[in-house]
Design a protein around this ligand. Structure first.
Ligand code: ATP
Ligand code: MG
Ligand code: MG
Length: 381
């Protein structure tokens, strides 16, 4: 039985581990945290990512290494790659870690992207705002997630506050200014590429965010086949150019029928959690198959799915479990504001039945806002 090492021990490693059980795989997680939730189900190597000796011991105990966390230092990924196969390849990880490199690559590949500029000083910020126009968003180039490390500028008067908030990090993680995209929708392509270059993607997913954190996903997204094909084409090109192996996500905005790439995630992705129940093969199973060089499974959807994220604390499971096609996922984490602690997937062959389930859940939780985007789209069928 193959042994898969996962850098990072959060819920993604945990769900990878669960997917590996039927295939007879043995997973282990490398994570420094005392409360890594994957450690509830698989062995944990507790050490820091820059601990060279611990990395060596980990490499000796696994057949392949992959990631649950995209911000593993590139040097650690390279050190591991000298000892054991590492997928996705360290270069893909490095590009995806840096918004500037990532967006530069999108541009080179002809993947449309909104205006952006490197920022390394207050004067540089002023010049970049002048160049890109307002509104715009100042972001850290590296280490941002769930909308953290971002400052939105509405007018030139916001420049000093933006610099005060993020300027101190300019040296350590770099800064990028991005034009604000007045999008009508956000979508993502979750796709997988095998060691042999075979590429497959799940149906396009539409996503909703709340305070910068993913709150809900609907798949398949209710978009034209042309738009979905374009999005998948961009993802395929990106994967080829990075010689990517494994699952990844490409996040895109849709503005006036046009796609604009936002970012990529070099790992299984929150907007692909619905594939556990809503697709023939889940993103977790296919990621494991890909990194082990096994044949990829079908990414065909099973009806319609909506995933709802639980942020901060878990609600009453009965609200979801009472629904036909309702599936509950609790990551075993403690409650904390802004933390992803679990999710639910609602699946149905009938879009109207799915919408009705969502409305009952929204009402029961006192959160009609959480489901309203997906309900509206399902109503169009
Ligand atoms: P993730 O958790 O997806 O990795 P992140 O912290 O890397 O998030 P982004 O995906 O860049 O951050 O931004 C989070 C959300 O903020 C986006 O999904 C989108 O809703 C909004 N956003 C980010 N950049 C822009 C932009 N340039 N124009 C409009 N909205 C934006
Ligand atoms: Mg991100
Ligand atoms: Mg994002």
């Amino acid at each position: 039985s193959s042994r898969v090492g996962v850098m990072g021990g959060g819920q993604l490693a945990r769900m990878l581990a669960v997917a590996g059980v039927p295939m007879g795989l043995r997973l282990s997680a490398f994570d420094h945290a005392a409360d890594a939730c994957a450690a509830q189900v698989i062995a944990q190597h507790r050490a820091r990512f820059d601990d060279a000796e611990a990395l060596k011991r980990f490499a000796a105990e696994v057949d392949v290494v992959t990631f649950d966390f995209e911000n593993v230092p590139a040097s650690s990924a390279e050190a591991l790659a000298a000892l054991v196969p590492v997928y996705p390849p360290p270069r893909a990880l490095a590009v995806a870690q840096d918004r500037l490199e990532e967006k530069t690559l999108f541009g080179e590949l002809g993947i449309p992207v909104a205006g952006f500029a490197d920022v390394d000083s207050l004067e540089g910020l002023r010049a970049a705002v002048e160049q890109l126009g307002l509104p715009c968003i100042l972001k850290t180039r590296r280490l941002g997630y769930d909308g953290k490390g971002q400052f939105r500028l509405r007018s030139a008067d916001d420049i000093p506050a933006a610099w005060a908030a993020l300027g101190p990090q300019a040296e350590s993680v770099g800064l990028i200014l991005e034009a604000f995209v007045a999008f009508q929708r956000e979508v993502s392509v979750v796709a997988v590429r095998g060691r042999d270059g075979e590429f497959r993607s799940w149906p396009l997913t539409e996503n909703w965010h709340d305070a910068g954190i993913l709150s809900a996903s609907l798949a398949p997204a209710a978009v034209t086949p042309e738009l979905a094909e374009q999005a998948v084409g961009h993802a395929r090109q990106l994967a080829q150019s990075l010689d990517y192996v494994g699952v990844f996500a490409l996040e895109l905005f849709v503005r006036d029928g046009q796609l604009l790439a936002n970012e990529m995630a070099p790992r299984v992705h929150n907007s692909g959690h619905w594939t556990i129940e809503g697709a023939e093969t889940s993103q977790f199973e296919n990621h494991l198959r890909a990194v082990l060089g096994l044949p990829l499974g079908s990414t065909a959807p099973r009806g319609h799915s909506v995933m709802l994220n639980w942020i901060g604390q878990m609600p009453d499971p009965g609200v979801v479990m009472r629904e036909p096609g309702g599936h509950w996922h609790d990551y075993g984490k403690s409650s904390r504001p802004g933390r992803k602690v679990g999710h639910a997937t609602l699946r149905s062959d009938d879009p109207q039945a799915l919408a009705a389930s969502l409305e009952r859940i929204g009402a029961a939780l006192g959160r009609p806002d959480l489901v309203q985007g997906a309900v509206r789209r399902l109503g169009a069928y």
